[in-house]
Design a protein around this ligand. Structure first.
Ligand code: NAI
Length: 390
């Protein structure tokens, strides 16, 4: 169980780009980072609106002279200080991730970046090489995958409790974009424009969460081919999609079905995962994150509750709240940030042995998410043809 006790020798000096007062995801980063004393927020270029960003940053307790107008100013100002930031989180729209990540790495700063990481696998590979050359960590905030019941599912699969995995059924939908975008806010405008969102809308925005979580639970399974059908129900969003379905063939013969949509009218937004094996199935949804449904063929169904001693060690080790209380998204983000902090700390200490076995969403996880998107787009643009996974 995690309880905030020290996991690294001292807090990392941390800065943020984006995630300002009007940003949707910024608070999730701070909720995750500031839980265990592993990060200290000392600088930021929080907002495109410099004055608002400064006001916001000082309200968070950041010194005024370390609230910068641009990320370039942040890098220049902080690398000139002895006590400058060591790691920067990037919580800005997708099209900025690549240039800001590269600039931070070139300046010798570790990076924690939002998903979808970049637009292309080639960009991911370029950054992976840069990070390797510089000896720096790139973490990616797949925020849901820190939840202890995700790690319970992974442990159960690994132990063989489900048998051979046959069916992977995943859904992440909401209805918040069911209407047109005439009066849409900034966060919808950049998400529906290929120049700022990249090659996808909902596939990248929410589908990559499904894809990465399935990688965590099923690391032994690789995709052989897939078919993606995507559509913009609101025509102004084309060529990007507000709805998509993906069928998948895995290398062990398993079949997958995935649905992402932001036009599932009335749906308040939830993810649902069902992993079906030859003996049993598990099902988890972030709408009821405390419970994991475990169904063994021929036996009464069971509901496993987070934090209970009957769970696998891998799950209990990352539980924070204990079984009596809700364990939610903020706790999951705290785990992700903790694991990335431990990776950065190990890299700073030159502890390669720790890094070899330490699990955190890093540059490979970001790259594989982008690779999945590239394959989905290739299939969708060929009129929903089956494509070999590349
Ligand atoms: P948003 O549009 O709500 O907020 C973006 C923020 O970045 C704003 O504060 C804006 O002023 C600031 N900004 C934009 N460009 C900047 C720049 N060049 N320098 C400094 N600040 C800048 O966007 P939202 O929804 O917060 O998404 C941001 C990123 O986070 C996206 O990549 C998105 O895909 C990802 N995201 C991830 C989630 C997760 O669960 N991991 C959840 C929501 C978003």
């Amino acid at each position: 169980m995690l309880n905030g006790e020290k996991k690294i020798a001292r807090p990392l000096r941390w800065g943020m780009v984006g995630g300002g007062r009007t940003g949707q995801v910024g608070y999730k980063h701070r909720t995750g980072a500031l839980r265990d004393g592993t990060y200290q927020l000392v600088a930021g270029a929080f907002d495109l609106d410099a004055a608002r960003g400064r006001d916001f940053g000082t309200n968070l307790g950041v010194a005024e002279d370390r609230c910068y107008a641009t990320y370039q100013d942040l890098i220049a100002g902080e690398t000139a200080r002895e006590d400058g930031v060591e790691v920067v989180s990037i919580a800005t729209p997708n099209f900025t991730h690549f240039e800001i990540t590269k600039a931070c790495l070139q300046a010798g700063l570790h990076v924690i970046c939002e998903k979808p990481l970049f637009f292309t696998v080639a960009e991911c590979e370029e950054v992976a090489k840069l990070a390797e050359d510089k000896g720096l960590i790139v973490g990616v905030t797949y925020g849901f995958t820190g939840h202890p019941l995700v790690h319970q599912m992974a442990a159960m699969v690994k132990k063989g409790l489900l048998g051979d995995i046959r069916i992977v059924d995943m859904q992440y939908t909401h209805g918040f974009n069911s209407g047109d975008d005439v009066n849409a806010g900034e966060a919808v405008k950049w998400r529906t424009n290929p120049e700022t969102a990249g090659p996808t809308f909902v596939l990248g925005d929410i589908g990559t969460h499904l894809y990465y979580l399935s990688e965590v639970v099923l690391p032994h399974m690789k995709i052989e081919k897939l078919l993606c059908d995507r559509k913009a129900f609101i025509p102004t969003r084309a060529p990007l999609e507000d709805h998509a379905t993906v069928l998948t063939h895995y290398d062990n013969g398993a079949r997958g079905r995935l649905w992402v949509s932001s036009v599932n009218a009335g749906n308040m937004g939830s993810q649902r995962y069902r992993f079906v094996g030859s003996k049993a199935s598990v099902e988890w949804s972030d709408a009821q994150p405390d419970q994991l449904i475990y169904e063994v063929q021929g036996e009464p169904n069971r509901i496993l509750h987070h934090g209970m001693p009957y769970l696998e060690e891998e799950s209990l080790a990352v539980d924070r709240m204990g079984a009596l209380h809700t364990e939610g998204l903020g706790d999951s983000w705290a785990n992700i940030y903790l694991w990335i902090a431990q990776a950065i700390d190990a890299r700073m200490r030159g502890d390669d042995a720790f890094l070899k076995t330490h699990h955190y969403p890093g540059i490979e996880a970001g790259t594989e998410g982008v690779r999945w998107l590239e394959n989905c787009v290739r299939s969708a643009d060929a009129d929903a043809a089956w494509v070999d996974y590349q």
